[in-house]
Design a protein around this ligand. Sequence first.
Ligand SMILES: Nc1ncnc2c1ncn2[C@@H]1O[C@H](COP(=O)(O)OP(=O)(O)OP(=O)(O)O)[C@@H](O)[C@H]1O
Length: 501
Amino acid sequence: MGVLLFTVDIRGNTFKVCLFFYLLVMTPIIVESKVRSLTLNSIFTHFPFQSLLHTHDSVAQRDFEPALPPLPDDAMEEDEDSVKIVSLVKTKDPLGATIKKDKSSGAIVVARVMKGGSADKSGLIHEGDELKEVNGVSLEHRKPKEILPLLACSEGAVKFKIIPGSTKEDMTSQTLTIPQLFVRTLFDYDPTEDPTIPCKDAAVAFRRGDVLQVVSTDDDTWWQACHLGDGGSRAGLIPSKQLRSFRLGRKSRRASKTAKLRRWSSEVHGTICPPTYIEVVPYHKEPTDRHRLIVLVGPSGVGVNELKRRLVISDPDLYGVSVPYTTREKRIREKEGVNYHFVSVQALYRGNYYGSNLDSVQRVMAEGKVCLLDVHPSNIKHVYTSEFKPYVVFVKPPRIEELRLTRRRAKFVCEEDCKQVRMFSEEDFEDMIDQAEMLDSQYGHLFDKVIVNGDIATAFRELKAELKKVDNLEVQWVPAVWMHSTPTKAWRSCSSLTGWI
Ligand SMILES: Nc1ncnc2c1ncn2[C@@H]1O[C@H](COP(=O)(O)OP(=O)(O)OP(=O)(O)O)[C@@H](O)[C@H]1O
């Protein structure tokens, strides 16, 4: 009786429980009656017991799963240890692996297995495995692109003949030890425009500012990641930090020969990382925490001061401004201590540029206010710390047609030595747009939000709503170094680059 109980428990506790109760009731009867064989016969021919046995047989034969094709006759002809026959049931999703041709041997090998894909979940296909056959078709002398149609036209089960790669065990142990790693992307990535991606369908597209969970950094060139919130889904390929940095370096060298201003340069950014990925961690804002510093940047004349002014007027108890220091001359209508503190070069910095006194920022923040700071983006690095947790808003001009319409009556206080207030000229609009493009290409990776200042009322509403959202969000993704002072182990383990914040 015990044996029967054990056998039925192959699949589903329901059968086990039914059989257990059945035997519990019937066994005393069997023992007490002297005609054991007759009783057993009646038990086994009893309808419910017959049904249970039938169910058991079905389960034991596993005929609840799609039928997999039988093993080919010649499967065992090759060295038994080195050949593996793997059958995967194909769904509407791809199998989740990429293949490549090994340059030296000409063999077709598994290049990558996507985390969470069918191949990964099966645990039967690994990176480095050599594919010999797909559905009985030999892959010898075939190119990877000829193999994809073979997979596409197969339905139900796909059968692979595989020679396992030697690195399988090492890879498994590496993958299991990767701690959780989240990054904010500092550039847009569209795999359809990347000719070097091994497989466009296996890639993940993203926009600057997206948060991704990186699930594999085993490969130096292509990492595997999925969008935040898609945790359970299949991961895809993204350019690794190393690949992106390499490309940036190349682009920068090319650009330096032509448009000097537009190249990305570590000199401009000081200690801020190159625009690849930045490791982020969740920051759980406590009600007692100070407000984050709001940094507003934009080309001259775009309306940063106008927006700041409107914010303070709208809620003077909540918003405060830090009056920046400058070494330039005072312009007409500007007041000392209101627009700027005008100081000499010797007293402040070397060179004629905007600076902001951190004490004044700290004072506004200590009053429990949201401090609005207007600086050139090259100065963001001074406040890029856990103390200030800056949230950077880029105020961008609209298209020139809208600038002409919206600034018809606006007065422009021109740069540097010009002390006159005058109407905007066509040249001012062009300069503003050019400057905005330059700021975006050099510092765009530092911007958390872009506000287009076309209609002033709309821009102001959008800005105010955004600041409110930032202030109320309970969980915010911020650079890991703000919370841990050094990058996490996960990031260090995948990063061979220096130049971190
Ligand atoms: N959306 C808008 N529509 C119409 N006028 C605007 C708009 N935004 C700003 N202005 C006007 O444009 C002029 C310049 O704006 P503002 O002084 O705020 O520029 P800014 O970005 O602070 O420039 P700077 O950094 O050189 O001081 C002001 O007269 C302002 O009122």
